[in-house]
Write a protein that binds this ligand. Structure first.
Ligand code: ATP
Length: 334
């Protein structure tokens, strides 16, 4: 049977479809009309389907099913298709849908990360207990609009007025280096792979940090964290054993919490490493993250494992190809 790998034309679609083509699959980009001509520039994309809105994907599912399409979700799916898109989607997707429910619920996500023995930033249940710099995150805030920092209780009360009716969490602000760990858990090989490491380039927080101190003092501006791009990182080699162990613990905990449906495929631990070289996890993303776009041609970490360029997109396609060969495709589609 011939399979087509498809995704929404955005986020990491180029990497996903390039990888799929390299592994011998037919490739399909599902684009809105304004984006279609851009995606048609790339010869590794066999077909671009044009829709008025991404949500029209649900209207063409029958057509996609007939063509044995496998959808690869990425970081823009929730934004374009809605919070619970996975409950509606009938075309098989690569990756466990139950895991996305755990990821989408902040409390469940924390339980999972705690169960994985990861260090987490302290949570403040009430403003009166704020005793250090905190970051306040509104539910559903993206790219930092709806995030603010508060130096103390008084500062918090002054700033929260604007958001009175919304739900938020108050979290310890961790001073350290942001490090985003890109993993792949292969069900076929039963192993964790480190695909790459990055940090984000964010506007305007990275701009604010360039202002010399004598001028910064006079600026009263909240930082925002909209991701514009990513920088590659290689970490001290002595940190690598813990990085692998953290990935393994997260997968093991997911198998315990979601029996028969644990996490597999690409995922990312968003961490901050503090001055005593401890990893604190601020979030997990259970899908391909945009930081992997740095490594279309492989990363220093995939080079150690594969004697060929290996992107996360290509790794996904390789896993699907192996599953087809082993007659185990059902195990990795949901
Ligand atoms: P995502 O696309 O991953 O869902 P997001 O917009 O929800 O992103 P985060 O990645 O969680 O946002 O955080 C935005 C920024 O705030 C990042 O630069 C991150 O490093 C920083 N940040 C988040 N939580 C903390 C924290 N507890 N201490 C210090 N910095 C933090």
């Amino acid at each position: 049977m011939k399979y087509t790998i498809a995704t929404l034309a955005s986020h990491s679609a180029l990497q996903i479809l390039k990888g799929a083509k390299d592994e011998g699959f037919e490739t399909l980009a599902i684009a809105t009309r304004d984006k279609a001509s851009f995606y048609k520039r790339f010869s590794f994309i066999n077909e671009v389907i044009e829709l008025d809105t991404y949500r029209d994907l649900f209207k063409i599912e029958n057509k996609l099913k007939q063509r044995n399409v496998i959808i690869i979700p990425h970081g823009s799916f929730v934004a374009y298709l809605g919070e619970d898109y996975e409950k509606k989607l009938e075309v098989p997707q690569y990756g466990s849908k139950k895991v996305l429910t755990w990821e989408g619920d902040r409390l469940k996500q924390m339980k999972w990360l705690e169960e994985s023995n990861l260090l987490l930033p302290k949570l403040y249940n009430q403003a009166s207990s704020i005793d250090q710099l905190v970051i306040v995150k509104l539910y559903g805030a993206k790219g930092g609009s709806g995030y603010f920092l508060a130096a103390n209780q008084e500062d918090f009360q002054k700033k929260i007025i604007k958001f009175k009716k919304e739900k938020y969490i108050i979290q310890q602000y961790l001073v350290g280096t942001p490090v985003y760990l890109q993993y792949f858990y292969s069900k076929m090989e039963n192993r964790i792979e480190l695909m790459g490491i990055d940090r984000r380039y964010e506007t305007n927080v990275d701009g604010l940090s360039r202002i010399p101190y004598q001028y910064a003092k006079s600026i009263d501006m909240e930082p925002t964290y909209t991701v514009i791009g990513n920088f590659p990182i290689v970490v001290r080699e002595s940190l690598l054993p813990e990085i692998y162990a953290m990935g393994e613990r997260v997968v093991a905990a997911s198998q315990k919490l979601i029996p028969g449906q644990g996490l597999y495929g690409p995922f990312c631990l968003e961490t901050i490493i503090t001055k005593n070289q401890k990893f604190y996890c601020i979030e997990i993303s259970c899908r391909i993250v945009a930081g992997t776009n740095l490594f279309v041609n492989g990363s220093p970490y995939t080079d150690l494992v594969y004697n060929e360029p290996m992107s996360t997109g290509k790794r996904i396609a390789r896993e699907i190809k192996n599953a087809i060969r082993l007659n185990r495709l059902k195990e990795i589609l949901d």
